[in-house]
Design a protein. Structure first.
Length: 587
């Protein structure tokens, strides 16, 4: 598909890539590899090219200057900037905007920058100084070193926190702040002074607050040999964020461990915990995982924002046919309903929404979870702990003596758990649980592999739901384009379901501030609902393959994951690229 001429980040990056290839500085393979990472991570294409080692930063910046008509300047070859020139722009602005005033003459200020397209920074300097601004371009590394030479190292935690303060937003931590651990003596570590401790707390607050306000689901803090990388997972995709210097890694990790009540002296073993923070007056839970890596400890935090969770079965995004089947079977008096899919596919949201719908005063609902992600009023939720013997299976046994009507098991992981779940279903209980399988028919094969007799599966299992999440197009920058009717067939759309018109209108996002330039905002579920009928029970009894079960279910009207995603594509909710990313392309 040709690149659309626009000012969007992706279009600019694609043009830059084409120029680099035409000049022989990159191969087509290298360009496509860098563009793919640029689209997935949101990092600048130039940064990706330099990080992969295909071009040096200086050579790349020099090339961009030649193409855009800017003057290229090597700051390493210049002497120190005069103090009266430095005083024209505050140090805070210089560090935040990553620019440096280097000369002043005849009412014109010459400013060195690394990003030639940062027009807002140039306008801010014009307004602040009342002077004309002449921009020259310098490599980012040299620019940072020149700033440090002019104002000092700039490596204090307070200054690092100021660098991170782009969008504002402080986080008030519920727990009392304890003294940050001294990281001196560790490989790659440094001592954090008393003065820096407050700055480290501010850095952590900024990282958490910005992620929560941006609607991120996960925060990744990743150490590498020479840098610290921070990424937020938004709408299922990781995006690079502004990161503090690596020297503060140990102090940041120690601060997070203190907040999660973990052992700050243990850096050789993985640790898990929970943190509570307050943002804009609401409490948010974070599930934290610390894992030791070669360059230092990596931290991943899952943001559990119960206020953002929509507990409504009608808003799960199911197709009308699937919604009708699902709504029917969750009202069954007994049986097993399974929800399958990979981690992060929305299984928990589906189950919590279902329990919320079924939660009435005359029903006793009990859940066994690891961990309890959200607390639901009126439902008895048990936090499993295998270290003390409180497994899913042990919890299920206990539940059967608690007079439950509905049981939810966080995940079926072994034969013991599925056996007790089947027994519970056969004795008049409605059981919900999850499995990790690629599609709905695969769940039956998985249970058979656990050693369960087919006759028990036929008697207990009533429905399997497989699901994924596709990103939805940003409504603020949504644009239409046309494709040939035959092109849709490459996505697996049956000929009988293709539109009659020769041209089909699809939609995509151009990228705007509302969606951070990605073209997507929010996600919707795509579902595959397998209803266990008599024909399928006969196949299960014969230990039929998942492929045979799927073919039979499709013949009976089952909507596959891919077909559900394509419906979202044709209705203008998502893009062709997103359908390929989530479901793949199969004829």
């Amino acid at each position: 598909m040709p690149v659309k001429e626009s000012s969007s980040p992706i279009a600019i990056s694609a043009r830059l890539g084409d120029l680099l290839v035409s000049e022989g500085m990159l191969t087509y393979v290298q360009m496509n590899e860098c563009l793919e990472e640029h689209k997935k991570t949101g990092a600048m294409l130039s940064a990706v090219i330099v990080r992969k080692g295909y071009l040096t930063e200086g050579k790349l910046v020099e090339f961009i200057c030649a193409q855009c008509g800017f003057k290229f300047l090597r700051l390493d070859d210049r002497g120190p900037v005069k103090p009266d020139v430095l005083r024209l722009v505050p140090e805070k602005i210089i560090r935040q905007k990553l620019l440096l005033p280097i000369a002043f003459a005849e009412e014109q200020l010459t400013v060195a920058m690394s990003d030639p397209f940062n027009i807002m920074a140039v306008d801010e300097i014009k307004i602040m100084t009342g002077l004309k601004v002449n921009v020259v371009i310098a490599p980012e590394g040299e620019l940072r070193e020149a700033i440090d030479r002019a104002f000092g190292t700039g490596e204090s935690a307070k200054k690092a926190a100021e660098d991170l303060q782009r969008q504002g937003g402080e986080v008030g931590v519920i727990e009392e702040a304890k003294r940050a651990a001294d990281a001196e003596g560790d490989e790659g570590g440094v001592s954090i002074s008393k003065e820096d401790e407050g700055g480290v707390i501010q850095i952590v607050n900024l990282l958490l607050g910005r992620a929560i306000k941006a609607g991120a689901s996960d925060i990744h803090i990743e150490p590498y040999q020479k840098l610290l990388r921070v990424r937020y997972r938004m709408d299922g995709v990781l995006h690079d964020q502004a990161s503090p210097p690596k020297k503060f890694l140990n102090a940041i990790v120690s601060r997070l461990k203190i907040m999660a009540d973990l052992d700050i002296s243990e850096r050789r073993r993985p640790q898990d915990g929970r943190i509570k923070v307050r943002v804009d007056g609401k409490e948010v839970d974070l599930r934290i995982s610390v894992c030791p890596c070669a360059p230092g400890e990596k931290v991943v935090m899952r943001i559990m924002d119960s206020a953002a969770m929509q507990l409504d079965v009608g808003r799960l995004g199911m197709d009308p046919e699937n919604s009708s089947i699902y709504s029917k079977h969750i009202q069954d008096p007994y049986g097993i309903v399974l929800v399958t899919g990979p981690t992060g596919s929305g299984k928990s949201t589906t189950l919590y929404s279902t329990l919320h719908t079924l939660n009435t005063p005359d029903v006793n609902i009990m859940t066994a979870e690891d961990p309890v992600e959200f607390q639901l009023q009126g439902i008895n939720q048990v936090q499993c702990n295998p270290d003390i013997g409180l497994t899913f299976a042990a919890s299920l046994r206990s539940f059967l003596r608690q007079d439950p009507d509905i049981i939810m098991v966080g995940e079926i992981r072994d034969q013991e758990t599925i056996t007790i779940a089947i027994n519970a279903a056969l004795t008049g209980h409605l059981v919900f649980s999850t499995l990790h399988t690629n599609d709905a028919p695969g769940a039956i094969t998985r249970i058979l592999m656990m050693g369960i007799e087919p006759v028990l599966i036929c008697s207990a299992l009533t429905m399997v739901v497989a699901q994924r999440l596709v990103r939805t197009i940003c409504r603020d920058c949504r644009e239409a384009y046309e494709v040939d009717r035959e092109w849709l067939a490459t996505f697996g759309v049956p000929q009988r379901k293709l539109p009659e018109a020769r041209k089909v209108t699809l939609y995509r996002g151009k990228g705007c501030p509302s969606c951070s330039g990605t073209g997507y905002r929010g996600r919707k579920g795509v579902h595959e609902v397998l209803e266990i009928n008599d024909e399928l029970r006969e196949l299960i009894g014969q230990r039929a393959t998942a492929l045979k079960i799927k073919e039979t279910a499709m013949r009976n009207g089952m909507i596959t994951l891919q077909e559900s995603a394509i419906r979202k594509l044709l209705s203008g909710d998502t893009t062709a690229e997103e359908v390929l990313r989530v479901t793949g392309a199969h004829s």
